[in-house]
Design a protein around this ligand. Structure first.
Ligand SMILES: [Zn+2]
Length: 296
């Protein structure tokens, strides 16, 4: 009997699922980084499902239940998901919360003066929240995720540290691969569907020529569309991208009758399977899209 009991203890310790903390992440790329750090310990839950618009979503009843049971909540911050601020405060007041935009060790991009705008609640968002699209920021965030998990769940600190080290090596390799892939492509020639890729553009020295919608993915005005259309007609813009799985009406408007190509891109991995590998799949996909669309 004692032998069987010991065996059960060892199995529990090996798989580790019995006492893993309940961890909730906001969007799929963050969920992927958390899944990498938790590998062998447990699986995080995901709030924003694949295909949903992170900027404009409403919490589903099942998410409310998930949040209320969370030991740890890891999210980008209110600049990305303003609708999540109040539910976090009311449903998960006791959970350890890691707000990645506030994590030390990196510099958020400030939005241009006219790009941020007052929300319904009157808040002004000054920072571009799409920072996960820079793998070097993701490396800083992996460290913050490891530290938060280790503090909340010290029993698994060794596993979190080893997993984080492996994740950091993977991110370094990913950054180098993408940099080599995109080297030499002409900047300023492509239009993003919404202003989500600034961190990616800066990291890989491949600036866009603008975006159809702003960083909060609000609908564009006619003057802005007309300006982009003129630049496409003049041949300055050679690639206009739409959101994956969304209508191409703006891209059609900008490219019809011009030489400019179209493609699709997304910032959160709407068609990808959530999990540890999603982050690398997302960035590799963005790079492949840009290379295919921009290349003359
Ligand atoms: Zn976005």
């Amino acid at each position: 009997m004692r032998h069987i009991f010991t065996t059960m203890l060892i199995l529990t310790a090996t798989t580790g699922h019995a006492d893993a903390p309940r961890v909730v992440a906001d969007i799929a790329p963050i969920h992927s980084l958390v899944a990498q750090v938790m590998e062998g310990v447990g699986q995080p839950d995901l709030i924003v499902p694949p295909g949903a618009d992170a900027h404009h979503m409403a919490l589903r009843p099942s998410d409310a239940s998930t949040l209320s049971q969370a030991d740890v909540v890891i999210w980008v911050g209110a600049e990305l998901t303003p609708w999540l601020t109040d539910p976090l405060a009311t449903l998960a007041p006791a959970a350890a919360t890691l707000t990645l935009l506030d994590a030390p060790g990196w510099t958020p991009r400030t939005l241009p003066e006219d790009a941020g705008h007052a929300t319904e609640a009157g808040h002004h968002h000054d920072y571009d929240p799409h920072a996960w699209l820079d793998p070097e920021v993701a490396m800083v965030w992996v460290g913050a995720i490891r530290d938060t998990l280790s503090t909340t769940d010290p029993d698994h600190a060794t596993a979190y540290a080893a997993n984080a080290d492996r994740a950091l090596r993977g991110l370094t390799a990913l950054r180098k691969t993408i940099a080599a892939d995109l080297a030499g492509l002409p900047g300023g020639t492509w239009i993003a569907p919404h202003a989500a890729f600034g961190y990616f553009e800066n990291r890989f020295d491949l600036p866009s020529g603008g975006a159809i919608s702003d960083s909060e993915a609000e609908d564009p005005g006619p003057a802005h569309l007309s300006d982009l259309r003129h630049r496409a007609e003049a041949g300055e813009i050679t690639c206009v991208l739409s959101e994956t799985n969304e209508p191409t009406r703006y891209a059609d408007l900008l490219t019809d009758g011009t030489e400019a190509r179209q493609g699709t891109i997304d910032d959160t991995g709407v068609t990808l399977t959530p999990g540890a590998t999603l982050y690398a799949d997302l960035l590799t996909g963005i790079a492949a899209t840009l290379k295919g669309c921009i290349q003359p």
